[in-house]
Design a protein around this ligand. Structure first.
Ligand SMILES: Cc1cc2nc3c(=O)[nH]c(=O)nc-3n(C[C@H](O)[C@H](O)[C@H](O)COP(=O)(O)OP(=O)(O)OC[C@H]3O[C@@H](n4cnc5c(N)ncnc54)[C@H](O)[C@@H]3O)c2cc1C
Ligand code: FES
Length: 283
């Protein structure tokens, strides 16, 4: 019998430039997690706590999959690990599972790394025998993820890239607008991606009168509602993405505030990354 280390990386696969999928041995998380929830992991002793969506899991194998975009210090440290290495900590499942059961015609809209969040939703809707269309957008072809998996788990898959290198040229909002104008009827849009993209989708769906759910990727520390780091304003009230979300009614989210808060530590994040790459003070 092969004995697995706690939080061992069992598989690592490059899915796009600077994006890796990791399959982690974490039986207790795998036993309880559901689509829409996330984990907080620590890469090394004294490392920072960073949240990632659970994009797949196997209860029988005790594994949880995450899709990670290398964007700063901790994700760069994670990218240096390989199969056989183990994470320092891996806590979850956190947040509330998604409930799309009341909707009949859902369109999932994923921008960039947002594919990690909409993929388990597509699988769940398919399992429930619901109609599901998927729009996946990225800056270019090399950043499109899970194309085959979405084909297998949707009724229609629409690809769109900023530069037209795969699928239609344009933004996810262009695709959604033309689908609705062509007669498609959706009772729910589930949109996940960078904050400006989710705001643009919500502005459009407000005009179109379609209920919209977004998954907020606010900065997090404890993930238990204690530190206040992930605070948002939703419908004029204070909410915490980690315990009240991460999903919210997109038309009620104050995106301007969320975007402002997401930039608070930009300078420190840059210095941190430069220290890792040995380029601090050199540019
Ligand atoms: C609920 C949730 C789910 C997420 N799911 C995914 C996912 O599936 N795949 C993925 O690649 N990314 C996901 N993220 C974002 C991911 O947590 C950040 O990219 C990561 O923390 C960046 O850390 P860093 O040190 O590499 O970068 P840094 O240089 O520290 O930060 C880069 C940017 O990442 C964001 N960020 C930094 N620290 C945190 C933090 N502690 N919590 C949240 N955001 C932070 C900020 O916007 C920051 O500007 C998710 C975030 C949340 C809140
Ligand atoms: S992460 Fe601390 S309150 Fe949400």
């Amino acid at each position: 019998m092969v004995l697995m280390k706690k939080y061992e990386i069992l598989k690592k696969r490059a899915l796009a430039s600077n994006v890796n999928e990791y399959v982690i041995y974490a039986p207790l998380v795998a036993k309880h997690c559901l689509a829409g929830q996330f984990v907080i992991l620590i890469v090394e002793p004294d490392g920072e706590r960073v949240p990632f969506t659970i994009c797949d899991y196997s209860r029988s194998e005790g594994t949880v999959s995450i899709l990670v975009q290398e964007i700063g210090y901790t994700t760069a440290k994670l990218a240096m690990l390989n199969v056989g290495d183990a994470l320092q900590d891996f806590v979850g499942p956190l947040g509330n599972p998604t409930d799309l059961s009341e909707y009949k015609n859902v369109v999932l809209v994923g921008g960039g790394i947002g594919s990690a969040v909409i993929y388990p939703q597509a699988k769940q809707l398919k399992r429930d025998g619901k109609a599901v269309d998927v729009i996946v957008g990225a800056r270019n072809e090399s950043l499109l993820m899970y194309v085959d998996e979405f084909k297998a788990n949707s009724d229609n898959l629409y690809l769109i890239t900023d530069d037209g290198s795969n699928g239609r040229k344009g933004f996810v909002t262009d695709m959604l607008k033309s689908l609705v104008e062509s007669g498609k009827q959706y009772d729910c849009v589930f949109a996940v991606g960078p904050l400006p993209m989710m705001r643009a989708v919500c502005n459009l769906t407000k005009e179109l009168g379609i209920h919209t759910i977004v998954s907020m990727n606010s900065m997090m520390v404890d993930g238990t509602g204690m530190c206040g780091c992930c605070r948002l304003t939703v419908d004029g009230k204070t909410k915490y993405a980690c315990i009240d979300g991460p999903e919210f009614d997109g038309h009620a989210v104050d995106f301007d505030e969320a975007i402002l808060r997401s930039k608070i530590y930009k300078e420190q994040e840059q210095a941190h990354l430069c220290n890792l790459r040995g380029t601090y003070g050199k540019n």
